[in-house]
Design a protein. Structure first.
Length: 180
């Protein structure tokens, strides 16, 4: 008798669950207005444009507050050669050796050659920031310059996975020591 009552309770619970779930499935599913892939792409493009405009305004304000006389390239790189050297001009394919100090717009110093030693890289070929490849081509051995690399010319959406956060502008104070 006790076993029969337990079975009846279990049967009642199962039937109740079946009826409850079937009554839910009889309702028409809500229509969700899912955006098309084209609309998603458009929205992402617009978001990227807005983020780039915001970053550009932030960089412009930073430069203006310091009254730096920087040149701007078509890619958005800002550069200022504040001390002229007298050596050879940098060219793609040459090995450049530089002293540097890398910082963020908030003033944090991230990397320096004082701590890490001079950096060497093949211009236009090695795995360094694209903005550094672009900027070094303006220099001669002995030049001292400042480059401001918007995030798309620095470490982009992912940062450098170490000290430079995603989507951050990078400032290079750099001296071209030698070319080979």
């Amino acid at each position: 008798m006790k076993c029969l009552k337990s079975s009846m309770k279990l049967f009642t619970i199962i039937i109740s669950l079946i009826l409850a779930s079937s009554s839910c499935s009889d309702q028409a599913p809500e229509q969700q207005n899912m955006p098309s892939q084209q609309q998603v792409n458009h929205d992402l493009e617009e978001l990227n444009r807005q983020m780039a405009r915001n970053e550009e305004a932030q960089i412009d304000g930073y430069v203006d507050r310091r009254a730096w006389q920087m040149q701007k390239t078509g890619t958005g790189l800002r550069y200022w050669i504040y001390e002229q050297g007298s050596g050879a001009a940098a060219k793609e394919g040459l090995l450049a050796k530089v002293d540097y100090c890398v910082s963020l717009l908030n003033g944090d110093t991230i990397y320096t050659s004082d701590e890490d030693g001079p950096k060497e890289f093949l211009i236009g070929q090695d795995n360094v920031e694209s903005g550094l490849h672009e900027g070094i081509l303006f220099l001669h051995v002995g030049d001292k310059a400042r480059f401001i690399l918007p995030s798309h010319l620095a470490h982009g959406l992912s940062g450098d996975q170490d000290k430079i956060p995603p989507r951050h502008t990078v400032i290079y104070d750099i001296e071209l020591l030698s070319l080979r």
